[in-house]
Design a protein around this ligand. Structure first.
Ligand code: C2E
Ligand code: MG
Ligand code: MG
Ligand code: MG
Length: 279
């Protein structure tokens, strides 16, 4: 009976695993179809200069229109990476965002663009050519584009990733480390990966002012960035006290629900007239 019980448990595991595998395959088929159908869309979250509250950039954030639902990236970026779909999807995201921002700039709005990259894209064949091709097609100057990577790029084939990113940087594109402070040995990574900007992880901003260590660490990251000539962007600003504290620490830029939520292109265009947000 004991053995049968064990076997039964195994069968249950096998059935669950089968369900998971089937579910994942179905999701991947659905995602591939979604890309073909134009079911992805971009939202843009403003980034402001904390000194004068001017919108200096937008970060493109992908969503999936799945029936009535608008799926957040957490539900599909992982599976898209697993299946390799992230490569064509990422290219679509880049082209769409660059075209939109080139259009806004042509309407005389001086604004920069940030786009998130997955390490799978960086390591894909011809990635640097893809990026320079998109810039040429859309007419967006390389200096306007920041590509955001997280510390994960230094885990999978770091030599190759660092080389590709350096090539992009030689084109004039800027690089930012996303979610800075979350990964392992963040400071050491700044030696290998030359970046122009650091985005401080929201977990730091959340505990600003209430956790002494976090407050000190945040201040240290800001000063370090200044000393290294990097742009510092605080992510996840939700409360006025956090904003005030960041300003007093000399943090250059900020992003978060208090400043502005991610919004569709039309929402950004509504800001076009007066590009300063009352803060
Ligand atoms: P991320 O690049 O760190 O993007 C910031 C995330 O924080 C966004 O979530 C944004 O909506 C959210 N956020 C901004 N301000 C606040 C705030 O004040 N409070 C809180 N609680 N959240 C805030 P989102 O759009 O769901 O994106 C999640 C992650 O998915 C991104 O993190 C990024 O890693 C990934 N992602 C998004 N778009 C893309 C993309 O186009 N390509 C790739 N490869 N990854 C993407
Ligand atoms: Mg990001
Ligand atoms: Mg990230
Ligand atoms: Mg982040």
């Amino acid at each position: 009976a004991k053995e049968r019980g064990g076997g039964g448990r195994l069968e249950i595991y096998a059935a669950e695993m089968h369900a998971t595998v089937v579910g994942r395959l179905e999701l991947q088929t659905e995602l591939r179809q979604a890309l073909a159908d134009g079911a992805f869309l971009l939202e843009y979250q403003p980034v402001v200069d904390l000194e004068n509250s001017q919108v200096t950039a937008v970060e493109a954030l992908v969503r999936w229109r799945r029936g009535e639902e608008l799926e957040p990236p957490e539900t599909f970026i992982g599976p898209a990476e697993e299946s390799g779909l992230i490569v064509p999807l990422g290219e679509w995201i880049l082209r769409e965002a660059c075209a939109k921002v080139a259009f806004w700039r042509a309407s005389d709005w001086d604004i920069d663009l940030s786009v998130n990259l997955s390490v799978k894209q960086i390591l894909s064949t011809g990635f640097v050519e893809t990026v320079s091709g998109v810039l040429a097609e859309t007419g967006l100057p390389a200096e306007v584009l920041t590509l955001e990577v997280d510390e994960e790029v230094l885990l999978e084939n770091p030599g190759e990733s660092v080389e590709r990113l350096a090539e992009l940087r030689r084109l004039g594109i800027r690089l930012a480390i996303d979610d800075f402070g979350m990964g392992y040995a963040s400071l050491a990574h700044l030696r290998e990966l030359r970046v122009d900007a650091i985005k401080i992880d929201p977990s730091f901003i959340r505990d600003l002012g209430t956790d002494g260590t976090v407050t000190l660490l945040t201040h240290t990251i800001i000063r370090l960035g200044q000393d290294l000539g990097m742009r510092i962007i605080a992510e996840g600003i939700e409360r006025p006290e956090q904003l005030e504290q960041l300003r007093s620490m000399g943090c250059g830029h900020g992003q978060g629900f208090l400043v502005a939520r991610p919004m569709v292109a039309e929402g950004v265009e509504a800001l076009l007239g007066g590009s300063s947000i009352p803060l």
